[in-house]
Write a protein that binds this ligand. Sequence first.
Ligand SMILES: [Zn+2]
Length: 419
Amino acid sequence: MRNTARQTRDNRTITVDFRSEATYCQLLGDGKAFLECVLAFIMALGFQLKHKATCRGGGCLTRHSHSVRVRLGGVTIWRIQCTTCRAVFTVLPHFILRYRPMRPEVARDALLAAHGGLSLELCAVIQHISPMALYRLVCAFGHHSLVTVLTRCGLPLPTYFLADEKHSRCLTEKVYLPTIVCGRVLWHLGYTTEASAAALTQSYQVFQRAALDHKATYRVRGVLTDGFDSTTKSLRTLFPGARLGFCLRHALLKLPKKLAAIASPVRQSLRTKFHTLLYRVRQRKSLRVVALGQRLRYFVDHVTATAGPGNGERVRRWFHEKKAGWYTVLADPQMPVTSTLLDQAHNAIERKLFAMKGFHHPGGSQQAFLIGLAHLYNLVPYQRRAQHAGQCGVEVEGGTVPTHDWFLNLQILTSGGFR
Ligand SMILES: [Zn+2]
């Protein structure tokens, strides 16, 4: 089974917004005006072209050659070349998708429906395309790294983030989706068939490599997890200097499972007490860590008195295992406290994974498909709260997107010819 995304070919395609098809056709007849328009567009984005390694990119660009896309009704596509390093860039007008006969407006609507949770089959029905074509389109965007796209939007690499695996299924097999979230943005969405520390390390390492490629001095300060052993181990291996905290809300949800054979009201009252304990400790600005240790000991005594020594002992052992992760959350005010935002991302992806039914097969591009879905999660505007109405996740986190059109943004940001 292919667990990793296929390597992106070193493509130098750039998507350029020519406003309208008519403008584009006019410019085709005027080489100088065409080049000026392309350069002005790149300048406006604040991007640079990906020249060859030896080139500083200060040289001239010329129109190089053209090809005609027969499948797209004979649209002429120009290439431009750097006179210094001879790198050739294919200039795709905004109304054409790379290697695809599908019109962008068809793709836009089908992808939005898929993002909203409609099955690929039904998305295909509303746009008169084949489900496989839509699947391949998502995969095509998924061949571009999340780190590349997010840093192009000006987002800094996350120094604090949430990490956890979503458990899912590929046909009858159990699979896991290692995920990294910072605020409203997905930085990593992997795919493994095992939940071992080694498998998770391999997946999270894809993010780490991409981040270090972008910035060699990148360091993670803190990571919040749910406290699952393999996750903790893999993150400790990859980011030895980072603080590893455990989600406090998750702790609260776990407590009732540690209390066996007691009446439901007793369990409920212990849960409420534990909630108050965590809440109070978080309220204290200083000595929070000392306060937590003391209160956890009192709490164990209370459990022993009300729910018996068996439960008391189980809770004591659980506290012993997890308290270091809770201390970490309380000791660093910049640490995220709960993994709610990660759960939200997982829930959103879960609805779409339904769309993978029928596309799951041993040779499928699961990894690329998931990254494609993650791009949609980051770039499609959403309107849950009035405060961020109409903004996409990237904008909510302080990034900037090239245009007001999320689909055009996706086309531009995944262009291989930009740096
Ligand atoms: Zn060059």
